[in-house]
Ligand binder design. Sequence first.
Ligand code: PHB
Length: 394
Amino acid sequence: MTTTPRFQTLTRLSAIALLAAAACSGALAQGAPKLKVGLMLPYTGTFAALGTAIENGFRLHVQEQGGKLGGREIEFFKVDDESDPAKATDNVGKLIKRDQVDVLIGTVHSGVAMAMAKAAKESNTLLIVPNAGADAVTGPMCAPNIFRSSFSNWQPAYAMGEVVAKKGHKTAITITWKYAAGTESVNGFKEAFEKSGGKVVKSLDLPFPNVEFQALLTEIAAAKPDAVYTFFAGGGAVKFVKDYAAAGLNKTVPLYGAGFLTDGTLEAQGDAAQGLFTTLHYADGLNTPKDNAFRLAYVKSFKLQPDVYAVQGYDAAQMLAIGLAATKGDVSKKAEMAAAIEKARIDSPRGPFTVSKAHNPVQDIYLRQVKGKENVSAGVAVKALADPARGCRM
Ligand code: PHB
């Protein structure tokens, strides 16, 4: 091809301009300040192990991306929220006002998460909730800048209500901690169980995070329901499952729960947990390429077996990465980040999921049974279950 000298000069000039632009943007990416990620999680108390698993999962994804998300290195700011709602507003304020984080990741406890959601909404800080199921977060409190990588309290509970009814049980007693997660979990179970012809004959509870179960177990033994449904997690779940077995109730009244009852806890529960059925958005032995790779990498990095909390932390990082990729690391472009997450299919170790309009995962809920140290999948209890997002206007 022959070209005029003037055309050649023009092409040369535009090539120079392109190179200059590339060099400039490279310099920007390199010189871009680190992305400030605020981790507000429990590092002490009954949920301490859950906080650590979430952080590990989050770090694993960042590590797999070469230590950067959206082209930016990460700087972590950490606060131990102690699963204490009374300290939650002060704690989240430290991250938002003192540390001026770009993104908030947290937390485990529903009551603390609601305070975080309020602060995130008021300050328009991006929040990704990597566990707490508080229905309100993706219900009345839903907001364009608030996402969840985990579940709503309603989801696993509703699935279990159907399962227990299908097993032919007619009456059930519920037992849980008296706070948002426990109450909402019991409500979700009751909704599905009673819709399917069952009856919750008694609802027992105790203050969070108490573990003096004896008097309540005596009440269950006296009432002799067909089944018991429970929400406990972390250290409290370990103690509850052991006490239930020690009282001999595991021989007479079948115990069912949201899967937190037996996730990350089997090492400590031992024989007492054998055979228990639970429902959750994760299970052991899924044997998919994504889950196998995740589990191998997690064990290698942390010398610990992953659990549902590790998956939720990993997926919180995946969701953030998807948002940041769409804006080349610019967190000020909130609407673009949100749009990218909203249309994503997130390749989670649990199986792929999307987020609902209210920003909660739409996901399969597995029925699992404890065998040895594993929550072995007994199949999907409810496929692509979406939280009803009652009260969300967005
Ligand atoms: C919650 O408070 O929402 C919560 C805590 C621990 C879990 C699950 C839910 O394992």
